[in-house]
Design a protein around this ligand. Sequence first.
Ligand SMILES: [Zn+2]
Length: 104
Amino acid sequence: MSSLEELSTQELQSLIDRARRILAERKEGNRPRVVDSFREGDARYLLEYVKCGRAVSGKCRRCREGELHGPYWYSYTWDGKKTVSKYHGKTRPGLAEVKENGNG
Ligand SMILES: [Zn+2]
């Protein structure tokens, strides 16, 4: 990680903008955060940050502070009546053997 002094004014400004956006999103709270998505056939795949089951009771410090868990992959398909969601965990589903970029 290079020192902040080495960055140009523009780069610093964009860092501030990014940080502001992240902070705003954290304050915003409840909704899941989608960081990636793709479509395959009838299914839509989303990589989301989510709250865990202990979020409601306030027992999870991570959720309380707006950190969320994941991101995890979920798929959403339409069964004719309703959307069916399925949890896939950390591994990108659907496509064969996609290499992770190892920042987890
Ligand atoms: Zn949690």
